[in-house]
Write a protein that binds this ligand. Structure first.
Ligand SMILES: Cc1ncc(COP(=O)(O)OP(=O)(O)O)c(N)n1
Ligand SMILES: Cc1nc(C(=O)O)sc1CCOP(=O)(O)O
Ligand SMILES: [Mg+2]
Length: 220
């Protein structure tokens, strides 16, 4: 991630890090404390604010409340879908899908310092295009069934292995990942595991979710 240091000294794992994505709907004021506790529970490299079906005012408000919580802890604060708002509101970067506009134009808008992540499903071709457009990471998924969104593509660990052997650009794995199933993705070379439900819906709370994910990554 292009955004500052991570708090990786909280665990021994150097090879793969946790990347949190928010639930698609939340009250930012109420969520700020939950987020702070989750980020303090262990190593988290990045947080993506992924709010769906909200207007720009609500998105700006959420950014203004949640961005400092992440950035003050050295956690990169990435925005889903909106390179324009990411630049205007001090985010560390943006995550764009295949339907989220012109990736090369977003790269220009973001400048060299902010992070650009691009969804590549299970496609080597899309990942190479993302690299050419200037992505800082390529995201593959969904690796497992997910209740968070209707995922139309399925990914398998061999794409992580292949990409890692061929290219330097970091990979993010996403989709239904939890502490019980993440081992093969870590061993296949994923640089980041992006999760929603495994942390925010963990039965013992998000802090337990962060601890469980970090322990599973370290054990893989
Ligand atoms: C890290 C990461 N990977 C993939 C996605 C999915 O992005 P996209 O395909 O644009 O779908 P939405 O998230 O916009 O519904 C992601 N957000 N983050
Ligand atoms: C936002 C998103 N994108 C995906 C993709 O496959 O591109 S899967 C997904 C949801 C991830 O949530 P959970 O960790 O709860 O499965
Ligand atoms: Mg998108």
């Amino acid at each position: 991630m292009a955004a500052g240091e991570t708090n990786s000294d909280k665990t021994g794992n150097e090879g793969c890090q946790l990347y949190l994505v928010t639930l698609p709907a939340l009250d930012p004021r109420a969520f700020a404390d939950t987020l702070a506790r989750a980020l303090d529970a262990g190593d988290v490299a990045a947080l993506q604010l992924r709010l769906k079906d909200v207007d720009d005012d609500a998105l700006r408000r959420a950014i203004d409340i949640l961005r400092p919580v992440a950035q003050s802890r050295g956690v990169a604060f990435l925005l889903n879908d909106r390179a324009d708002l990411a630049v205007r509101h001090g985010c560390d970067g943006v995550h764009l899908g295949q339907g989220d506009g012109d990736h090369a134009a977003a790269r220009k808008l973001l400048g060299p310092e902010r992070t650009l992540g691009i969804t590549c499903h299970n496609s080597r071709h899309l990942a190479m295009e993302a690299g050419e457009a200037g992505a800082d990471y390529v995201a593959f998924g969904a690796f497992f069934p997910t209740a968070t969104k209707q995922a139309e593509h399925t990914a398998t660990p061999d794409i992580l292995e292949w990409w890692t052997e061929m290219f330097e650009l970091p990979t993010v794995a996403i989709g239904g990942i939890n502490a019980g199933n993440c081992g093969p993705l870590v061993r296949a070379g994923a640089d980041f595991l992006a999760v929603v439900g495994a942390v925010w819906n963990h039965p013992d709370g998000p802090e337990a979710g962060v601890r469980a994910m970090n322990a599973a990554i370290a054990a893989a």
